[in-house]
Every structure is written in structure tokens, then in C-alpha cells.
Design a binder for this molecule. Structure first.
Ligand code: ACM
Length: 368
């Protein structure tokens, strides 16, 4: 997304009293932040040779690609400008640097980060991939170098390291990785991921920061300082809060703004799938019903997710974000007894006039 649109989006967050911009900067299909010590992360990792058209299918021979090179990245000057722009609007920018999975772009840039050492390409389709960072001292040092530059750019106390959907097949098949598991006295690959994240947790903590991760980071033993984003439902958030960790509630069923807004899919732009109408967002309660009251203060809030693989540009982002983001803003700011969907809808009608004046491509109300 263009830098100027990122700023517009931050303005819209501030307008809705949302105080955090979680910026997902690296994934299999692109590495989007300049790291001066490792220029190939962007000279190679920021570019893919083409992109899948439509959804992937079980039959790869039926898939079509657009043949267009795609990519780009934010320079460190861009990042500083955006972080300062956000700060002036009381929005904290939390960067996400994914590890150990969702790292194909990094491995394409530096194959030695991977398990096989074989050259690979930046991913051209969506989903999860077998390639994963290796857990060597060298790779850990590499990613900590990256984090050193990231921390210099982002004053945020929280630094997000992903941790989701890390497929373990490469680790299972590698004699070196299996030897590493043994040498560390670990039982399995999940514990190895837990160990890997703990190395990062300690590094961030030594610099006064704290790790945020998706709820998979619970599986291999939670890092002592970690904040958990509970996306696969609420269970991860509940378990983490009970264990004394702060959590951000991000469950797919209520907060994935990349899901369809209507079951009338023929008249909606292509999306990943799922079903999340406006009323369902409004009905969300960020304090899980199953969480004992003494742990509720660990819930820092809730967050809307706007994964953009099916969002070709700013107007598509706006369409998916609005007005669901307006509903989320009320969800996180309104005491439960005062929530009233009909009242929200009445006020939203006026609010949409504001969004129109701001040239926001919101999804109109009343569409089936
Ligand atoms: C996620 O949606 N993989 C966090």
C-alpha cells in the first residue's frame, strides 16, 4: 500500500479512537521493510515474479498467474515518517516481523536462513508453506540484527514476531534440526519453536521491549514476557490471561475484516472466505465469557485484521475495513450495558457522511 494511504489509514484509526496500528511487514509473499545490514531482504525478498489469480485450488494445474512482477517496500525513512505521523495522532505502531514460519521471502533472499539451504523463490500464492527458518545460532543472530534495526525505528514497547502457522515438516526431516532438539533437551518441534521464540523474547526484553505473538506461541511453552494475540478463537487468549499474560483478542469469527461482509458473494469483491457481517462485529465482547473476572484486566483490547492478499489497493482496503472498523471501535470503547446495535446503525448513517467526505470507500448499509 502506498505510504500516503498508510497515513490516511492512521488518520482514520485516530478518528475512531483506535490507538494501535499493527503493521504486518513480512510474509511469504514479500518482505516490506528496509533492513540496511541485509539488503537482499528487500532487493530480492520484496519482489515476487507474479501472483496467483483468484483462490488457490487443490489442483495446481488449474491455477492461473498474472505474469506481473509485484513488490515494493518501505524505506527506513518512510517508516520513520509514518511512525512520527502516527505518534502525532496518539497511534502506536506495532511492527510485525514473522518468524519462524511465514518466512519464505526472507529465505528466498538468504537461503542459509532456511533448513535445506536450497534456493527458493518469494511465494506467488497464498497460504502456508513448508519453508521455515532454521534454529541455528546464526539464524537467531540474523533475526536479532533485524530486530535491532526494527527497534531503532519503532518506539513501541510491543514488537510482534508472528509465530503462527509454522509448519514443522522441514524440522522433522532435518538431521541437524533433530540434533538441535536433542542437544537442547527438548521433546519435539513445538518445543523447539517455543525455545526459538524464547531466544527472541529475552533479546527484546533486554532492550526494554516485549514480544507479541499469535496464539500458536502457547504451544511450545510461552515466553515469559509474551503478549498473545488470540486469533483461532478465544481459547488462546483465555489460557494466556489465566497464566498472567496480557492478550489482545483477535478471533477470526469477529475481527477478521478480510472475511466477506455478506453471504451474497456474487456481488462482493473476492475475499479469502469466511463470513463476518457488520452486526457480528458489533456483537463482539472482547472479554471472553469463559474468562474469570480476576483475569479480565489482562485483556488489552481487540484488533481488526485486514490481511491484504486479496486487496489490490487502498480502495479495496477501505471497502473491507468500513464500516466494520466503526463497529469495532464501539466494541472496544463501550460498556456492555450501553451497547445497542439499532442505535449504532442510526448514528452510523451520519458517520458514513463523514467517511464519504473523507473519500473513504465504505461498504454501503442496506446492501444484501
Ligand atoms: C493468522 O491469521 N495467521 C494470524
Amino acid at each position: 500500500m502506498p505510504k500516503e494511504f498508510v497515513k490516511k489509514y492512521i488518520d482514520l484509526l485516530a478518528l475512531h479512537k483506535l490507538n494501535t496500528f499493527h503493521w504486518h511487514l513480512t510474509d511469504d509473499q514479500g518482505w516490506r521493510i528496509e533492513i540496511k545490514k541485509y539488503p537482499r531482504l528487500t532487493s530480492v525478498g520484496a519482489w515476487r515474479k507474479e501472483t496467483l489469480v483468484g483462490h488457490s485450488t487443490d489442483d495446481p494445474s488449474a491455477e492461473r498467474y498474472d505474469g506481473q512482477r509485484h513488490g515494493g517496500f518501505y524505506t527506513q525513512d518512510d517508516v520513520r515518517e509514518i511512525v512520527e505521523y502516527a505518534r502525532a495522532r496518539f497511534v502506536n505502531v506495532v511492527p510485525e516481523i514473522e518468524m519462524p514460519g511465514h518466512s519464505v521471502a526472507a529465505i528466498a533472499a538468504y537461503p542459509e536462513l532456511g533448513v535445506t539451504g536450497e534456493p527458493t523463490e518469494v511465494a506467488t500464492k497464498w497460504g502456508v508453506f513448508d519453508d521455515i527458518l532454521n534454529p541455528s545460532d546464526r539464524t537467531i543472530a540474523f533475526m536479532q540484527d533485524v530486530l535491532t534495526q526494527v527497534m531503532a525505528l519503532f518506539p513501541s514497547r510491543e514488537i510482534h514476531l508472528g509465530g503462527d502457522e509454522a509448519v514443522k515438516t522441514r524440522w522433522q526431516a532435518s538431521p541437524e534440526v533433530q540434533a538441535r532438539i536433542k542437544a537442547l533437551g527438548l521433546e519435539n518441534e513445538e518445543q523447539l519453536q517455543g525455545w526459538f521464540m524464547k531466544q527472541m523474547d529475552a533479546f527484546l526484553a533486554a532492550h526494554g521491549r516485549r514480544l507479541v505473538g499469535w496464539d500458536e506461541i502457547l504451544e511450545g511453552g510461552l515466553s515469559p514476557n509474551a503478549v498473545v494475540m488470540s486469533w483461532r478463537g478465544e481459547a488462546g487468549g483465555i489460557a494466556a490471561a489465566r497464566a498472567g499474560h496480557d492478550v489482545v483478542m483477535t478471533p477470526t469469527a469477529y475481527t477478521y475484516f478480510d472475511y466477506y461482509q455478506s453471504q451474497d458473494r456474487d456481488h462482493e469483491p473476492l475475499a479469502i472466505g469466511g463470513d463476518l457481517p457488520l452486526e457480528q462485529v458489533y456483537g463482539y465482547d472482547p472479554i471472553p465469557a469463559g474468562l474469570e473476572p480476576q483475569f479480565a484486566s489482562h485483556v488489552l483490547g481487540a484488533q481488526g485484521q485486514l490481511w491484504s492478499e486479496y486487496l489490490p489497493g487502498p480502495k479495496a482496503v477501505e471497502y473491507m475495513a468500513f464500516p466494520r472498523l466503526c463497529a469495532l471501535a464501539e466494541v472496544v470503547w463501550t460498556p456492555k450495558p450501553r451497547k445497542d446495535y439499532q442505535d449504532f446503525l442510526a448514528r452510523l448513517a451520519t458517520h458514513l457522511e463523514r467517511l464519504a467526505i473523507l473519500d473513504v470507500n465504505y461498504r454501503p448499509l442496506g446492501r444484501p
